[in-house]
Design a protein around this ligand. Structure first.
Ligand code: AMP
Ligand code: GLY
Length: 428
């Protein structure tokens, strides 16, 4: 008998996961809650939101699910993995106490400090007045972060004192990020280049994934406000074997050891956002889940069946496993609704997606789409992640953009310069 797997979520990351999991010969049936029209090609979508913990648990028990794979952070922070484990179910994803590494930046920063893991200097505040006094003493540039979950929008890099004061106001007074802004982390501004690093973890052992890098800023040249991510590529040439080994030894291994020691063993995928400046390597953030959109190019490059790794992370048996990767680079271009990350319109009909899907070495992952009167329409800020593979970054990017250029909707927006850093390194 094959496995029954339940995937939780309905974005681009989950489409990439569904596409990959469905290819496994170990899988008999894949469900996805809530899924999206792209995911529906690989899984039976069930109309339960990723935040409906009770209904998800009922579904997992009723369908006799062998493994639940949780995509987004919010249900993990809310305790979905704990509930399912208490019901005797296997889960890929950390407990609420381990997911606090993403759910509470104050917890995460204290953990790093307790264990001497390098990150920016910081202080935590629960009162705006104290935060403002500290900021005025420190001066700009400075970074103000809502401690809780804020859909990737709670970190405000402030270049002037005025911006920093406004950031405190937005988070703590206007409560723009809801309760996430009750507590605020004010930290030192770091310069350098960012790296995304992900590894499977089973509570004790780590198995790193290939390197990746994303583009958070909305505008070309990495300008403008931050988004969930406008594109990503793998591998990240900045992550040389030496840097890889340092990240494992200085950050990933100490964190997994620290979490285990503190009674919060970390199981699932641990994502570290890091800043590299010359020889200085510092943690910016941790996520308790796969990166989105980094997962799209990563999984397109994964030769190995992903399911044994998901099971091993859930069951504590990762030691000695190895992942095989396609050596070719992959580039994912996010196509978004015009206006994102601000306000944008929805329900614009999407054309050209079938032609793009037929291109060789291309996967079109759906993020914010839905069917309206049997037509595919936009349904969210980030709509599609068009992912191309190629012999070189130049070729992968060309393949991705050729497919992007076949797809249209009213007010579509995407960046033309995804992977520019990898390209400049390739040219060297
Ligand atoms: P976070 O949600 O903490 O990862 O922050 C989101 C983004 O803000 C990061 O990917 C960086 O681009 C930027 N950022 C966060 N912390 C800092 C920092 N201490 N110095 C400079 N930039 C930062
Ligand atoms: N792409 C950044 C993230 O997933 O948080």
């Amino acid at each position: 008998m094959g496995l029954k797997i339940l995937l939780v979520g309905g974005g681009g990351r989950e489409h990439a996961l569904a596409w990959k999991i469905a290819q496994s010969p170990l899988v008999e049936k894949l469900y996805c809650a809530p899924g999206n029209p792209g995911i529906a090609r690989h899984a039976e979508c069930v109309n339960i939101g990723a935040g409906d913990l009770v209904a998800l648990e009922v579904l997992a028990v009723e369908k006799r699910i062998d493994l639940t794979v949780v995509g987004p952070e919010a249900p993990l922070v809310a305790g979905l993995a704990d509930n399912l484990r208490a019901a005797g179910q296997a889960v890929f994803g950390p407990s609420a106490s381990a997911a606090a590494i993403e759910g509470s930046k104050a917890f995460m920063k204290d953990l790093l400090r307790r264990h001497n893991i390098p990150s920016a200097h910081f202080q935590v505040f629960t009162q705006p007045k104290a935060a403002l006094e500290h900021i005025r003493k420190q001066g700009a540039p400075i970074v103000v972060k809502a401690s809780g979950l804020a859909s990737g929008k709670g970190a405000m890099v402030c270049h002037t004192l005025h911006e920093a004061e406004q950031a405190v106001h937005r988070a703590m007074v206007a409560r723009e990020f809801g309760n996430a802004g009750r507590e605020v982390v004010v930290e030192e501004f770091l310069t350098g280049e960012e790296i995304s690093f992900m590894a499977f973890a089973d509570g004790q052992h780590l198995l790193p994934l290939a390197s990746a890098q994303d583009h958070k800023a909305v505008g070309e040249g990495d300008t403008g406000p931050n988004t969930g991510g406008m594109g990503a590529y793998s591998p990240a040439p900045i992550c040389t074997p030496r840097i890889h080994d340092r990240i494992m030894a200085e950050v990933m291994e100490p964190v997994v050891r620290a979490m285990a020691e503190e009674g919060r063993p970390y199981r699932g995928v641990l994502y570290a956002g890091l800043m590299l400046d010359g020889d200085k390597l510092k943690v910016l953030e941790f996520n308790a889940r796969f990166g989105d959109p980094e997962t799209q190019p990563l999984l397109v490059r994964m030769y190995s069946d992903i399911v044994p790794f998901l099971l091993a992370a859930a069951k504590g048996t990762l030691a000695g496993m190895k992942i095989d990767w396609d050596p070719r680079p992959a580039v994912c271009v996010v196509m978004a609704a015009g206006g994102y990350p601000g306000s944008y319109a929805s329900d614009h009909p999407i054309t050209g997606i079938d032609a793009a899907d037929r291109c060789a070495d291309v996967q079109v992952f759906h993020a914010g789409t839905r069917l309206l009167d049997q037509r595919l329409v936009t349904h969210g800020g980030r709509v599609l992640g068009v992912t191309g593979l190629g012999a070189t970054v130049t070729q992968a990017r060309k393949t991705a953009y050729e497919a992007v250029d076949l797809i249209r909707w009213q007010d579509v927006y995407f960046r033309r310069d995804i992977a520019h850093r990898a390209l400049s390194r390739e040219a060297q």
